[in-house]
Design a protein. Sequence first.
Length: 162
Amino acid sequence: MSTVGIGKLGVGAAGAVALVALVAGCGSKSSAVKPAAGGAAGAPKTMSTSIGTVLVDASGRTVYELVGDSAANQTCTGDCLSAWPPVTANGSQVIVNGHPEFTFTGDTAAGQTTGQNLTNKWGRWLALDASGNPISAPAAPTGGGSSSAAKTTAPGGGGAAF
């Protein structure tokens, strides 16, 4: 599969149009949302939050990963997906640095990070920085539902990822 570089981030050629649609128009909060990694058109978006600059989905919702979860061995299934909806593009779950990405239903508005460092029955959740790396934090709350460049893949050899 060919990739199109967008700064430190890339998208599968088959999913480039879907990624543009995924990250385009973050609503009225878009003035606080910036394209990641150099500002290329169609790049994933970032937003400045109380924990730093994070990756966000098309609605400006913080993007999280489940520590230890991988694209090859996903542990967030069933009930987990009700609390932690997957970030999708072109019908495929978005994968960043080999990890499936999610938003958190506890984040009720763009830019919130209430899922950051949350530990629940599925594990520990961390928001992603502008490079797609998990943001570490001290002492994890309970309850509720690393390279320097993001390596991106799309599941099944198609779709889009950032």
